[in-house]
Design a protein around this ligand. Structure first.
Ligand SMILES: Cc1ncc(COP(=O)(O)O)c(C=O)c1O
Ligand SMILES: [Zn+2]
Length: 407
């Protein structure tokens, strides 16, 4: 049983009934799901969690879907891996990587879309549409396929090939757009009006964030209910940060953790850093970032809808926002792969580069417990990494030559 009481506008605090189809509040604010935390505290304890499934649905009492609506492909409960070499090399004695690349469809987007599609099933929705930087598209296509729901995908023409092929294979209706996710969003808006699709744009739809918040529950569980000192999160729409921040609040109300919070560190890229810019200027909202460009396609979000919520979490946690270049992040991704045996998405690699900078500047101390979220699998980004490993006749042999090649 879940403990949902109502939905609440994150801006004007207006309340909305649960069990109804909702997008944004009339004031434009995203809606957040609220739970009866007193009841949950009385009826559920953290010691019972391990009896639940080995997926994010082990936190079902704090998720919105009824058991019979759940569409799961085994998302969540991703490994939290302590680094062997990287930490030592960059001067971090207690460094962990939460590897979200092991989720269904190879990214953390599976969490949000498992939750959103489960709720679509529960609310009787038959057609869903999404503007996506790439990974949310393939995740939605997968869960919609599993649920037997029609999926309409709008994503930039130059998304990684993996995202396009996954969506097609899952049977979604795909439109490639000459533009960014913000242009895709306009097309989805129009289609929702004329075609009766339900808009699954992150934060316009209230349940994706609920799936993503389980990254916060999991890190607490995996670290013995003591949150780390710092969390690095690659920030596009920033929903992971907002979701984890919400999870920490809920867990405190449940009596599972204390008041201490990790420094939340929003990592962006030089070619698209609206949150970093707003953070540095002390502003509460970001400005649209013109000509956004980066190989970390998930970070190409020129104006996050929940910017004020990201900035609030970053500031009230004593965290920071930092951008790295594409060259730095690809370097960091390759270094991480050879240090740790983990091949991460460019978005996760950006966090490794940011970590080095914040250790060098003294913002973080070597003794702090640090968790990096790698939000996707490196294998989804072969175009980005192949620029470093071009397959020419001479590069394919690594000097083993006659030993292994036919003569
Ligand atoms: C691999 C990856 N990392 C990070 C992000 C950004 O996610 P969020 O919206 O939670 O900031 C995305 C979004 O597309 C992504 O695909
Ligand atoms: Zn409102």
């Amino acid at each position: 049983m879940n403990n949902v009481t109502y939905l609440e506008c994150s801006l004007c605090k207006k309340r909305f009934e649960a069990n109804r189809i909702h997008n944004l509040c009339d004031c434009g604010g995203p809606l957040l799901v609220r739970y009866d935390l007193e009841k949950a505290r009385r009826t559920w304890s953290r010691d019972q969690i391990a009896q639940g499934p080995n997926s994010m649905w082990r936190y079902a009492p704090m998720l919105p879907a009824k058991p019979e609506s759940i569409v799961s492909l085994g998302e969540g409960m991703t490994p939290l891996v302590r680094t062997r070499h990287l930490g030592r090399r960059v001067g971090a004695g207690n460094l962990w990587i939460k590897d979200e690349g092991l989720n269904p469809t190879g990214s953390f987007k599976a969490r949000g879309l498992s939750c959103a599609i489960s709720m679509a099933v529960e609310l009787g929705i038959k057609k869903v549409a999404i503007p996506s930087a790439g990974n949310a598209a393939s995740a939605m296509a997968a869960y919609a396929a599993a649920a037997g729901i029609e999926a309409h995908i709008f994503m930039p023409r130059d998304v990684p090939q993996s995202n396009y092929i996954e969506c097609k294979a899952f049977g979604a209706k795909v439109t490639l757009v000459d533009g960014l996710i913000s242009d895709c969003a306009k097309l989805v808006n129009a289609g929702c009006e004329t075609e009766g699709w339900f808009d699954v744009t992150t934060l316009k739809e209230p349940y994706r964030i609920e799936g993503k918040k389980t990254m916060g529950y999991e890190v607490a569980e995996q670290m013995g209910w003591e949150l780390p000192d710092a969390i690095f999160y690659p920030t596009g729409g920033g929903v992971g940060i907002i979701g984890m921040w919400k999870a920490f609040e809920e867990m405190e109300a449940l009596g599972w953790i204390g008041k201490k919070r990790p420094k939340m560190i929003a990592v962006q890229v030089e070619g698209c850093q609206p949150v970093v810019r707003a953070f540095e200027r002390g502003e509460q909202r970001s400005q649209f970032w013109d000509n956004a460009h980066t190989v970390a396609s998930g970070l190409r979000v020129p104006k996050p809808l929940g910017d004020f919520l990201i900035l609030d979490a970053v500031r009230s946690s004593g965290g920071t926002a930092i951008a790295v270049s594409d060259t730095e992040l690809i370097d960091a991704g390759i270094q991480l792969a050879s240090d740790e045996g983990m091949f991460v998405a460019p978005e996760g690699a950006a966090c490794v580069s940011a970590l080095e900078k914040l250790l060098a500047s003294g913002f973080l101390k070597p003794s702090e417990r640090i968790v990096i979220y790698n939000t996707g699998a490196g294998l989804k980004y072969l175009e980005a990494y192949s620029t470093r490993f071009p397959r020419t006749a001479s590069s394919e042999q690594d000097k083993l030559g006659g030993l292994i090649t036919p003569r």
